[in-house]
Design a protein around this ligand. Structure first.
Ligand SMILES: *Cc1c(COP(=O)(O)O)cnc(C)c1O
Length: 405
């Protein structure tokens, strides 16, 4: 019999799975902030499955919700009503934009729904369809969402791209204003450009876009897929700015590790979709929705958002030491527990590799930025241990430079 110890998982994935990812380690089990490899080797996980596992791996409340729902009703399709779907939609509406919700299975699908709703609304408001997007953004890998993504590395080779997306410079209101035409229906961006380098929007930009949308009758469309659900120290990234969008997409952390995405709308935009205008076979899967309800319940009961804000500040202070210490570390960027260590040289991958060798898993955000996405229920012990491992990795990569700094 083969077991996880005897099969070569990496070799199987490399041989039989299409070559879309560059992977580095095999993981077989996770618990809290820790993940384990087949030989029992252990890592402290500061990727959280790319901002998905807000409560860490195998949180008991999430596991229990998944088990219970799996035994009750795994799938029904959207031909029928099911309890977890109704309860989650209610919850998301109340904590979000006050209107109705469309449920789907991923971030790209949530953005697809947002783009479709905006176009449908635009078709009823003078035939508008163009969406102003930002350079360095990331919105997903489907043809529509990669066409809305302002990064050539994501778009290269997939021409012709979908028409109807124009690009402006992030945090530059003049650039956005110049991109608006009489065909513009909305402005789409992330409060914190995550994949694009962990770059927060400025207050001026958020206020300016909101005012522009109000003045010209455009939809303010926020992609909160990575920066939402408490990641930045508020439930939604936009709360930092005291600005509300008209539409907002969620995914990643909302399903507690199961595939789940959502489009949230204001009451005014809640009736744009009608039966037949959009849909998904799996969207709003009862098990994923039950997991999502458990995540939201724990986040409320354990004050996880406040915790993320507090520990985000502690982590930031810890990382700022390295800016002092190393000439090769330029800055700490981000909000809450979505933090990037900005390097002078394109050596983020080298640092990521050394971190992993030392037992800490981290992401990158472009060639110059190491991105940290710890669980939102981060503990003092894990934070201390991570900072120590980050110091060690920087020491190895930048060669004991601190002595002459
Ligand atoms: C991850 C991400 C997406 C895409 O989500 P998928 O679930 O991978 O389709 C879109 N926008 C942002 C900001 C993301 O971080």
């Amino acid at each position: 019999m083969t077991t996880e110890k005897t099969i070569d998982t990496a070799a199987l994935c490399e041989q039989y799975q299409m070559n879309t990812y560059s992977r580095t380690a095999t993981l077989v089990r996770g618990r809290g902030s820790r993940v384990f490899g087949p030989q029992g080797n252990q890592y402290l996980d500061f990727t959280s499955g790319i901002s998905v596992l807000a409560l860490g791996h195998a949180h008991p409340a999430v596991v229990e919700a998944i088990k219970n729902q799996a035994e009750t009703l795994v799938h029904a399709s959207n031909l029928f009503y099911t309890p977890p779907v109704g309860l989650l939609a209610e919850k998301l509406s109340k904590i979000g934009l006050g209107g109705k919700v469309f449920l789907c299975n991923s971030g790209a699908e949530a953005n697809e729904a947002m783009i479709k709703l905006a176009r449908l609304w635009g078709s009823q408001h003078g035939g508008k369809y163009e969406i102003v997007c930002m350079r360095q953004s990331f919105h997903g890998r489907t043809i529509a969402t990669l066409s809305a993504t302002g990064q050539s590395k994501v778009q290269k080779g997939f021409d012709p791209l979908m028409p109807g997306f124009v690009f402006a410079e992030f945090n530059n209101l003049d650039s956005v204003r110049a991109a608006i035409t009489d065909k513009t229906v909305g402005i789409l961006f992330e409060c914190v450009q995550a994949e694009g380098g962990v770059i927060p929007a400025t207050q001026e930009f958020m206020d300016g876009v909101r005012a522009l949308c109000d003045e010209k009758g455009l939809l303010m469309m926020l992609d909160e897929i990575q920066c939402g659900m408490g990641r930045t120290g508020t439930l939604f990234g936009f709360e930092h700015y005291n600005v509300k969008p008209d539409l907002c997409s969620l995914a990643k952390a909302i399903g507690g590790g199961l595939p789940l995405g959502a489009l949230l709308a204001t009451p005014e935009l809640s009736e744009v979709f009608t039966p037949g205008s959009h849909g998904s076979t799996f969207g709003g899967n009862p098990v994923a929705c039950a997991a999502g309800l458990a995540v939201l319940r724990v986040m409320e009961e354990e004050h996880i958002v406040e915790h993320a804000a507090k520990y985000g500040e502690l982590f930031r202070k810890g990382l700022e030491q390295f800016v002092e210490q190393y000439d090769d570390v330029l800055a700490v960027r981000g909000m809450g527990l979505l933090l990037g260590l900005v390097l002078k040289e394109p050596r983020a991958k080298d640092v990521q590799d050394e971190l992993r060798a030392g037992g800490l898993l981290a992401c990158v955000a472009g060639p110059n930025v190491v991105r940290f996405l710890p669980p939102l229920n981060l503990t003092d012990g894990d934070l201390e241990e991570a900072l120590e491992m980050i110091g060690d990795a920087l020491d190895i990569v930048f060669g004991g430079e601190e002595e002459n700094a």
